[in-house]
Design a protein around this ligand. Sequence first.
Ligand code: HEC
Ligand code: HEC
Ligand code: HEC
Ligand code: HEC
Ligand code: HEC
Ligand code: HEC
Length: 305
Amino acid sequence: MKRFWLVLVLVIGLAFAGYQVASANGGPHGGYSATTDACAGCHRAHTASGAQLLVASDTYNLCMTCHGASGTGADTDVENGYYLSTRNASSAVGEVNTPDNSPLLGGGFSFYQGGSVTSKHDAAGTTSAAWGNGVARGTTGALTDGNLTCASCHDPHGSNNYRIIKETINGVTVSVAQVDEGAAKDYDTEQWGTGMSSVCAACHNDYHKIAAGQGSTLDGTTYTHRVDMSYAYGSNANPETVGFGSLTLPLAESGTNDTVVCQTCHLPHGTSATMSGFASNAGPAASSALLRLDNRGVCEVCHQK
Ligand code: HEC
Ligand code: HEC
Ligand code: HEC
Ligand code: HEC
Ligand code: HEC
Ligand code: HEC
């Protein structure tokens, strides 16, 4: 009898441990019940239009039926890079914290902050290799999961990470805590923890140098800026609270809210920042490199030389 109860407690415990957090307010991403209707929003058993039994031709087009510029099923328009509550009666599901037309935190795939996108992650399923993926920085290595799509980074079925970021990306375990966010999401205030660098490092591992001194240590054949440390160095300004003029950069919320991560300088979707002069041809990509600010605004917000 004792054993029966022990087993029962274990089974209940496991059931809860395996339960996926319902991450998207009113969205079809996770927290499913045994008789959920959600699968039918994206899959057909016999009459699918795309591989993986998708109702659209591919993953990118499926996501865009709701999150695209002409989508109607989600308030977050990742193509134009802004939030529109009118699309999905969002106030009914608690998304009351984000004002209409706020720029989204991820950037945009076509437009951002009113400007055309100048560089982006090509999530349409046509790009197969990433900078520093198992190879040296400045060269590209093939992804293990196939070409880059929205589902390379997000799990449409929900996850325990911030913004349903996949728990395994490109074969690497990724953990991004969601901090200080209530049941209603803020799509205009970043709420990620220090694990945000692990998302980028999953595909660009050679850029992820965190040890003290690595800013000045020859690593392979080139040097690289350190990440995952405090912003404090010399007479640096706090980029999040002080910044430079009206420009600021976000730091990871590690409790002290002071940590520099990849997303401090870069946007994950796409940017409309423009590059000129010395900045126009920098880096092997010679592009705006998903940077948050024009030219080298990112350097000055911290260093203020
Ligand atoms: C928001 C859209 C969406 C919903 C809702 C959805 N799926 Fe999926 N599903 C996808 C996409 C997109 C893929 C392909 C992912 C990729 O490209 O790697 C997929 C892949 C799958 C796969 C194969 C890969 C894997 O993860 O094992 C299975 C099985 C699956 N879905 C089952 C389900 C079931 C069951 C439901 C309902 C509980 C469901 N899906 C709900 C979008 C969705
Ligand atoms: C390289 C990884 C990556 C790819 C590819 C990617 N995302 Fe994201 N996405 C992120 C990250 C990281 C965030 C969190 C941004 C933040 O809060 O700072 C995010 C945020 C979001 C959000 C919340 C709104 C926002 O912008 O903050 C939505 C919706 C979203 N992504 C949908 C998509 C769709 C649809 C695609 C494909 C067209 C896609 N993502 C491709 C990494 C990615
Ligand atoms: C049937 C409509 C629909 C489809 C298809 C869909 N989504 Fe969503 N998604 C939503 C809704 C609704 C939300 C809630 C937020 C909002 O209104 O934008 C959401 C939220 C999200 C979020 C934010 C989660 C969070 O924690 O706040 C991400 C990221 C996301 N979707 C990615 C995707 C990706 C990637 C795909 C394609 C694989 C996809 N979605 C397909 C409707 C959809
Ligand atoms: C699933 C794999 C994957 C993840 C995760 C990922 N990337 Fe990428 N990234 C790529 C691929 C593939 C390319 C090259 C093709 C392209 O430009 O989209 C790329 C290109 C880039 C570029 C060059 C863009 C240009 O055209 O100038 C930058 C910068 C970048 N990534 C930064 C990041 C940052 C920052 C993160 C984390 C927020 C991240 N990446 C996460 C796969 C990934
Ligand atoms: C978010 C704040 C922040 C931003 C943005 C930033 N830096 Fe730094 N930088 C730091 C910190 C902190 C250090 C000290 C790192 C360490 O502890 O090794 C540093 C170190 C340096 C160093 C010294 C490296 C060494 O060898 O000791 C140089 C040079 C530098 N940064 C240049 C730049 C340039 C150029 C940019 C723009 C591309 C930039 N930084 C953007 C915070 C920042
Ligand atoms: C301090 C700001 C800053 C941080 C933090 C930062 N980057 Fe960058 N990144 C840049 C700049 C500036 C460029 C443009 C090229 C250059 O100056 O090297 C760039 C370019 C890139 C590129 C394009 C290829 C190339 O080498 O030019 C990739 C990929 C990239 N970064 C990935 C990452 C990843 C992954 C992280 C976190 C591990 C990260 N970056 C952190 C500023 C930053």
